[in-house]
Write a protein that binds this ligand. Structure first.
Ligand code: SAM
Length: 326
């Protein structure tokens, strides 16, 4: 049995924290909602659909890196035994390529995926038990910020942390820096971090990845309002909000918004509060920051890490960068 339910046992009910986060985001003048709440059961499925859209190049790029450079990655890890901790593992579709190689190469390691979505962890664990029966897997449900802060991860010995799929891009640079400094503090000398960054490229390619004509990204973003309706008893009318994407090539920030198409009030019963949306007022729901290699290196230096090696795909669209706590 997975240990994720016990992991969540001492935490406040998710919907309580969810309600607080929704309140603090919607009462701001420039309204926001945290992207981590995209991932309920339906959101997990929609994200899997996004990952397989041709326009969403990120998946293919990171998969190519793992398929082509798995041996080089293991060599660079350089330790015969380690605890492999993955933050925001999702369905582990790409990670599985590395896990299989590590097992076949005889590395001694156990794998602990951490994710806020218990649903996706259950799926991941079932699949790994079937497809990689030799793997020791111990999932942990929760917010990775809290898991790290509370020291709830279970591994002994040297650690290798995976933070893949451009998860770091969901945080503004100051928050990303704070998170990475916290992670640095939790690690021991010699521990490593393999971290994925989506690199700056043709703005048209980036915009297309978040603006598919099939409307899968729009459905994924709107699902957040559906989740608020269901879990916090709200009355968002999804037809009256539309998905809007922007990309600023200077800051490298792609932003997803949900825009109210008319003036309207929305009541959230769990908060006993109504919120007014003016016509064309937007809620920012996701940031996906793109980096240059220079910015990646500056972030490592600013947070105490040393860059050991960059692994890029053949088009230089994406980098998995291996950092070490020296
Ligand atoms: C964009 S998906 C990427 C999944 C995976 N890393 C990949 O590359 O395919 C982000 C994943 O991180 C999880 N996540 C987002 N914020 C989180 C948080 N604060 N704590 C734990 N998991 C989080 C989500 O549930 C989701 O599964």
């Amino acid at each position: 049995m997975p240990t994720h339910s016990s992991a969540a046992a001492n935490a406040p009910a998710v919907s309580t924290i969810f309600a607080q986060d929704v309140l603090s985001g919607l009462k701001q003048t420039a309204k926001t909602l945290p992207a981590k709440y995209f991932y309920d059961e339906h959101g997990d499925r929609l994200f899997q659909d996004i990952m397989h859209m041709p326009a969403y190049y990120l998946t293919g790029c990171e998969l190519e890196i793992f398929q082509q450079q798995q041996a080089a990655i293991l060599k660079a890890i350089g330790s015969p035994s380690f605890h492999l901790l993955e933050l925001g593992a999702g369905d582990g579709y790409k990670t599985q390529v590395l896990l299989r190689h590590f097992l076949e190469a005889g590395a001694a390691f156990d794998y602990q995926p951490v994710d806020i979505s218990e649903n996706v962890l259950i799926e991941l664990e079932q699949r790994l038990r079937e497809e990689l029966p030799g793997l020791k897997v111990n999932p942990l449900a929760g917010d990775y910020f809290k898991v790290l802060h509370e020291g709830r991860q279970s591994g002994q010995g040297s650690k290798v942390v995976l933070f893949l799929g451009a998860n770091i891009g969901n945080y503004p640079p100051t928050e990303a820096g704070r998170f990475l400094r916290q992670l640095y503090h939790e690690l021991n000398t010699g521990d490593k971090l393999l971290i994925g960054f989506d690199l700056k490229k043709d703005p048209a390619t980036i915009l297309k990845a978040y603006n598919d004509p099939e409307g899968i990204t729009a459905a994924f973003n709107l699902n957040l309002l559906k989740r608020i309706n269901r879990e916090l008893h709200a009355n968002f009318n999804l037809q009256e909000f539309r998905h809007w994407e922007t990309y600023d090539p200077q800051s490298g920030e792609a932003r997803s918004y949900l825009v109210s198409q008319k003036p309207q009030h929305v009541f959230i019963r769990s908060l006993n509060r109504s919120f007014f949306f003016d016509a064309w007022e937007a809620i920012q729901v996701e940031l996906s920051k793109k980096y240059s290699l220079h910015e990646v290196e500056a972030l490592a230096a600013a947070t105490g890490f040393q860059v050991q090696e960059h692994f890029t795909d053949s088009r230089d669209f994406f980098v998995d960068s291996l950092w070490v706590k020296a």
